[in-house]
Ligand binder design. Structure first.
Ligand code: ZN
Length: 269
């Protein structure tokens, strides 16, 4: 990605918008992790606040409904509480859902694209290939998890096609969507149209991963791919590229990493 001349100063806040128990094998290539147990992971959204004249941006929206996720996706228990709703999480930053005008969806899996209907005034920035793949996923009907649609919730995708369609903004490839905020397509990694979100801060580039990688140390630093990907080589290259580009790496399902930034990134102290 070309380096911009001007830097823009964003502050990034992690929002915990749910929790799920999922198989630990999702963290590492095939079953390189010997650990077969379930692990509790946060479901994340990210709030980007400009430290200059500008509007907040929300990255990802969490899941639709904990019981529905557990029943349909076949991964493990999912949990929600009043503290974790998008309304509560946004209110901690003085915002209401209708104040959010721009949402970037890293990809359209049920735990990232389930909260769109709540954001009544937002446009939704999505890679075209991701919406296409989500609408007609390649999946065996014999697979007994993933809701028969490879973790795309049919209701989320239906909503984006209609009634949310007038507010869907499809992009193709890399695009700066606000000053200092760039969507970077990493095709056929976690999903066909997964995008990372590169955000400029006063302390360097933060990269919001979506689920392109799950664990910063295992996947990015050690170079062991995560357990769920489309193209192994594309995933390797994405991890290498992100390692090179990022000063801060923000994964979607890693409590340890999220805790580092609970007061915002860069920290206010
Ligand atoms: Zn996810």
């Amino acid at each position: 990605m070309k380096e911009l001349m001007q830097r823009f100063d964003w502050r990034i806040y992690p929002l915990i918008v749910g929790e799920a128990d999922v198989p630990q094998v999702l963290d590492a290539f095939w079953s390189l992790t010997r650990e077969k147990s379930l692990v509790s992971v946060p479901i994340m959204a990210w709030l980007l606040m400009p430290m200059f004249e500008g509007e907040p941006i929300l990255v990802d929206t969490g899941f639709r409904d904990a019981d529905r996720c557990m029943k349909i996706q076949g991964l493990g228990p999912h949990r929600m509480n009043p503290e974790w709703t998008l309304e509560t999480q946004l209110s901690k930053h003085g915002l209401k859902p209708e104040d959010i005008k721009t949402v970037i969806l890293t990809h359209l899996h049920y735990d990232h694209a389930g909260g769109c209907a709540l954001l009544s005034h937002a446009k939704f920035i999505i890679q075209r290939t991701e919406l296409q793949a989500a609408a007609a996923p390649m999946v065996s009907p014999q697979l007994d998890f993933g809701g028969g649609a490879l973790f795309y919730d049919r209701k989320d995708i239906a909503d984006l096609i209609d009634p949310l369609w007038p507010r869907v903004q499809l992009i193709e490839g890399d695009e700066e969507v606000a000053p200092g905020v760039t969507c970077v397509l990493f095709a056929n990694t976690h999903t066909p149209g997964s995008q990372a979100v590169y955000v400029q801060t006063s302390r360097g580039n933060a990269v919001i991963l979506g689920d392109i990688a799950r664990k910063v140390d295992l996947n990015i630093n050690k170079g062991i791919p995560p357990g769920l990907f489309y193209d192994l080589e594309a995933t390797y290259r994405a991890m290498k590229q992100i390692k090179k580009d990022a000063d801060f790496i923000l994964p979607s399902h890693d409590y340890e990493e999220v805790r580092k930034y609970s007061k915002g990134l860069p920290s206010e102290e």
